[in-house]
Design a binder for this molecule. Structure first.
Ligand code: ATP
Ligand code: MG
Ligand code: FE
Length: 346
């Protein structure tokens, strides 16, 4: 069985084809082909995502990307059994493009369509890696819009252990990066600048570090970064900027690592799965790897290219639900999107 998946929740148009193991065989579904178009350069001039421009660009890209995926896989539309799309959460107009195309295509082919939760896609993306995890595990979901620690017992069994009460980790990276004059999205740029800096150069807050719960708060960090920048005056030197970037990254990473260890200790689980864009951060990976190795905990990440939004994770999440007989397939031809949607309700 083959699943074609569409992602269009924000500023990436992703299409991918995943194949389930043959009936009677076990194993993880396999990625056959994928294509991705990032709108980052289009939105950069505005310092963030412009929703209407995002929707229009998804419309432009989605069919050429679909053709590319089928041609890579050397398959035709008749070889697809199920069509998956991101139903939410995300930008309403952007979601509607992927959902509209997926459901119309499914109706035209006489195949079922299935809506996927975007965060379930992120969460299950490490199953596309060469070293897929096994259930149960603790998941650290760190993306542009979400920061959550979860206990994951199986597909669809997500217990939120703690989450951010304000900004997400990706947002903290992006907002601090913006203050440092770096382009959108700032996470990777800040991380690169941080390589030249000293992480202990500036004292920045670690909010809720000692709250005793696996919860997060990052909103105060950007204010602290701004305060430090003001102290540096009109023209901070390149070294000062790099030091501030390194100190900011260290503050975010320390909290993420400490809280992940707390969730592992509280649940007694020995497996950690990291997902979402911030999961690409090299410093986060290095520090999690070191801390987990000491405690006999195995850590799994998505491939670097699959940390941020992509179609493969959407096709994969649908395929893993299909394998378990828990995909909500629709043959009706109608559809809706859910710009706001709790993962625990998925
Ligand atoms: P959500 O999935 O919550 O709806 P999103 O889809 O916008 O949000 P992702 O695509 O998972 O989020 O991740 C994007 C975020 O990841 C951005 O905030 C970006 O700055 C951050 N990011 C990407 N690479 C890195 C990196 N190397 N270091 C730090 N942050 C990074
Ligand atoms: Mg994005
Ligand atoms: Fe995302």
């Amino acid at each position: 069985m083959r699943v074609l998946g569409f992602e269009s929740s924000c500023d990436e148009t992703g299409v991918a084809l995943v194949e389930l193991p043959a009936p009677g065989e076990t194993g993880v579904p396999r990625l056959l082909a994928q294509a991705l178009h990032s709108q980052i350069s289009m939105h950069q001039a505005y310092g963030g995502v412009v929703p209407e421009l995002a929707s229009r660009d998804h419309i432009r890209r989605v069919l050429p990307l679909s053709r590319e995926v089928l041609s890579q896989a050397q398959l035709g539309l008749q070889d697809i059994d199920v069509i998956a799309y991101t139903e939410g959460p995300g930008l309403a107009g952007a979601l509607l493009v992927g959902a509209g195309v997926a459901v119309s295509l499914a109706a035209a082919l006489g195949k079922p369509a299935v809506g996927v939760h975007h965060l379930e896609g992120h969460l299950l993306s490490p199953f596309l890696s060469a070293d897929p995890p096994e259930f149960p595990f603790v998941a650290l979901l760190v993306s542009g819009g979400h920061t959550q620690l979860m206990r994951v017992d199986e597909v669809g069994q997500y217990e939120i252990l703690g989450e951010t009460i304000d900004d997400a980790a990706g947002e903290a990276f992006d907002k601090s990066a913006k203050l440092l004059g770096l382009p959108y999205p700032g996470g990777p740029h800040l991380s690169k600048l941080a390589e030249q800096g000293r992480a202990d150069a500036f004292e920045l807050p670690r909010p809720l570090l000692h709250s005793g719960k696996p919860d997060f708060s990052f909103a105060g960090l950007k204010t602290a970064v701004l305060t430090q920048l003001k102290k540096l005056g009109e023209a901070p030197t390149e070294t000062q900027r790099a030091d501030l970037a390194a100190s900011t990254q260290a503050a975010i990473v320390e909290v993420l690592v400490k809280k992940s260890l707390m969730a592992l200790k509280d649940t007694g689980l020995k497996r950690l799965v990291v997902a979402g864009g911030v999961g690409a951060n090299a410093s986060l990976r290095a520090q999690l790897n070191a801390a987990c190795a000491k405690r006999g905990v195995r850590v799994h990440y998505p491939e670097l290219s699959l940390c941020t939004d992509n179609g493969a994770m959407i096709a994969m999440a649908a395929a893993m639900r299909l394998q378990r007989g828990m995909a909500r397939l629709s043959h009706a031809g109608g559809f809706g999107v859910r710009p706001r949607w709790d993962l625990s309700a998925a």
